[in-house]
Design a protein around this ligand. Structure first.
Ligand code: CA
Ligand code: CA
Length: 201
């Protein structure tokens, strides 16, 4: 009887821990979630909101813009352009400017090479403006993944780099040879950057 009680209490404690972990995951957004890109592609993220970029490491636009589109922090977190999470008057994306470069860091997750595409760049507008995407483990040595453009917003690491590498940095560079260099929001307009294959850190 005593043993049975002990087993029961262990089971109860384990059950509570599980429920608590589930509650925590739900609180911080780490549950599988599908987000739609600006071009209508459905992309599933096993870690949900946690899978998105957390920090701006560097932003080098090629010209100054108005305040609304020149804050690279607008690309942090899950896509929010055109949702009620985006406050009115705030555009909730960053314009890289023609040829502009930005580096983002994942701080509570990593990105790795899993089956199929691994990373998604959420750009607003009917077409993805041509943008080069590179990833890095340490923020120094980068691996070129090619470009997102047209209707394609996702890329595959595809065996480049070291087996089992966990990437923390993403560098996006607007293709200066494509798109309009002028206007209010020149260059790629980035709403979010997410790791399709991600692990928690
Ligand atoms: Ca994250
Ligand atoms: Ca892959």
């Amino acid at each position: 009887m005593r043993t049975a009680l002990a087993v029961l209490s262990i089971l109860t404690i384990a059950g509570c821990a599980e429920v608590q972990q589930l509650a925590q995951d739900t609180l911080d957004g780490a549950r599988p979630t599908t987000y739609e890109t600006g071009q209508g592609q459905q992309v599933r993220f096993a870690l949900g909101a946690v899978a998105f970029a957390d920090r701006v490491d560097r932003f080098a636009p090629t010209r100054e813009l108005g305040v609304a589109y020149s804050d690279a922090r607008q690309a942090i977190g899950p896509p929010d352009y055109d949702t009620d999470r985006c406050p009115s008057g705030d555009e909730c994306y960053v314009s890289l400017t023609s040829g502009g470069v930005a580096v983002f860091e994942f701080t509570n997750n990593t990105l790795y090479d899993g089956p199929g595409d691994d990373i998604a760049i959420f750009e607003i507008g009917p077409d993805v403006e041509a943008t080069s995407v590179e990833v890095s483990v340490d923020g120094r040595d980068y691996i070129d993944l090619g470009r997102v453009e047209g209707s394609s917003a996702t890329l595959d690491i595809g065996g480049r780099g070291l087996e089992g590498a966990q990437y923390r940095f993403v560098r996006v560079t607007d293709d200066a040879g494509q798109g309009d260099a002028g206007g209010r929001t020149p260059g790629a307009d980035i709403d979010a950057i997410g790791a399709i294959h991600a692990e928690r850190r």
